[in-house]
Ligand binder design. Structure first.
Ligand code: HEC
Length: 165
């Protein structure tokens, strides 16, 4: 949102500059103005450059600092997977509740107790079931009910969308 505003503001400044250029009779007119020794022209040049550099100097860092962070995407081996709000929430929950035991690149998880989810690629429903009911088949134990309800659904959605990708 803010990034858009700054972006627009930048082009408004550029647009006004071009407009001014046109009014002054094109580049040659501006050059004549800038190079003339008249104090007024000097002052104009100083103000114009100051305004321009301050605008750019504020706009560019602002873009980086306040940039649009609404879409927190998962970056895996150079590919980007867009996450929904729910999946984003699931990623945070995965970090606290699952990452200790499971490997999942999208969550930067490297746990080794349970199966590697990037290899297993469990569908959303299976993951939900595993979270709610737990697992115990001899390959170790996954406790039941680490998450329930909406939280379990969010984690399952996140795993379903990212495992193995
Ligand atoms: C204490 C370690 C531990 C934690 C924490 C844990 N798991 Fe597991 N998980 C396991 C183990 C061990 C298995 C394999 C169990 C088996 O095969 O008997 C497993 C199996 C699974 C499976 C495969 C189920 C199947 O039927 O094949 C999925 C999916 C899974 N876990 C997802 C999760 C998610 C999501 C979380 C976080 C909510 C989580 N696990 C937290 C240890 C853990």
């Amino acid at each position: 949102m803010l990034a858009t505003v700054v972006f627009l503001a930048f082009w408004v400044v550029v647009g006004l500059g071009l407009f001014f250029l046109a009014v002054r009779g094109g580049p040659r007119g501006v050059r004549a103005t800038l190079q003339s020794q008249k104090p007024g022209a000097r002052t104009f040049a100083v103000i114009a450059f100051t305004v321009f550099y301050v605008a750019v100097g504020i706009a560019v860092p602002a873009l980086f600092i306040f940039g649009d962070r609404d879409s927190a995407d998962a970056h895996i081996n150079g590919t980007t997977i867009e996450l929904t709000k729910q999946e984003e929430e699931g990623r945070a929950l995965f970090g606290t509740g699952c990452a200790n035991c499971h490997t999942l690149a999208a969550a930067e998880a490297v746990g080794k107790v349970g199966p590697n989810l990037d290899v297993l690629k469990p569908p959303q429903e299976l993951t939900y079931d595993a979270i709610v009911r737990g697992r115990q088949r001899g390959g170790g134990t996954m406790p039941a009910g680490i998450y329930s309800g909406a939280e379990a659904e969010a984690v399952a959605a996140f795993v379903g969308a990212t495992a193995g990708r």
